[in-house]
Design a protein around this ligand. Structure first.
Ligand code: NI
Length: 226
């Protein structure tokens, strides 16, 4: 399941991010790649410990915590500090699956269940650079507006098409979910959305709404690890 979170950041925030990132030193993106993906990866990244990455990362984490669509889709237990990357003409990232385990600063070990990409360039600023995510339904080509976020299972094979003009700026990060199994996470997401749809039509005191909300929480209790 691929979820679009529109305007996680406002256009003003995106402008601020771009201004800060323009002043930031960039390094070869292979620094955070595993052995297989180092061969596939060709881009630029802000070093993980750069103060700019920390500052902007905090803004993203704050926005994620307040965003119902992200929380519903990812059911996050931990979010890895956001990283920043940039693809210029000739750069891309061939098909790979992200590492299963990450060590966050301070050496907290986390499992990557959910991957996210936050677009920081408008689609007309570059050619190519689509994020292509494969699942059992085929390939999904993603190129969203600046400020939009895409959330997808970290188990997916994915790639970034080569950029042929302009530059593609983004932030990316992983979450460990309270619900490890993708099918269970999807079921909870569908149930949550259905409950919201029904609540818009009938009173919150409707017995069916109360029962379904209880079912949601009881499934989360059954499937979640906290
Ligand atoms: Ni990746």
């Amino acid at each position: 399941m691929l979820t679009r979170v529109p305007q996680l950041l406002s256009k003003d925030q995106v402008r601020h991010f771009r201004q800060v990132l323009e002043q930031t030193p960039w390094v070869d993106g292979k620094v955070t790649a595993g052995a297989q993906s180092a061969v596939a990866k060709h881009n630029l990244q802000v070093p993980e410990d750069a103060p700019q990455a920390r500052e902007l990362g905090q803004i993203i984490l704050g926005a994620l915590g307040r965003n119902e669509a992200f929380v519903s889709a990812a059911l996050p237990m931990r979010v890895f500090p956001p990283l920043f990357n940039r693809y210029e003409p000739g750069m891309g990232f061939k098909a790979h699956v992200d590492n299963a385990v990450r060590f966050a600063p301070g050496l907290v070990r986390m499992r990557t269940d959910v991957s996210s990409t936050l677009f920081l360039s408008e689609p007309d600023e570059y050619d190519g650079g689509e994020l292509v995510i494969e699942d059992t339904y085929g390939e999904h080509r993603v190129k969203f507006e600046a400020g939009d976020l895409v959330v997808y299972p970290a188990t997916s094979l994915h790639r970034v098409e080569p950029v042929t003009r302009g530059a593609r700026w983004a932030s990316f990060f992983w979450s460990q979910s309270m619900v490890r199994d993708e099918g269970q996470r999807r079921t909870l997401y569908d149930l949550d959305r259905a409950i919201q749809d029904i609540r818009a039509e009938v009173s919150d005191a409707h017995h069916g709404v109360i029962t379904l909300t209880g079912v949601y929480h009881n499934l989360l209790r059954r499937w979640g690890e906290m």
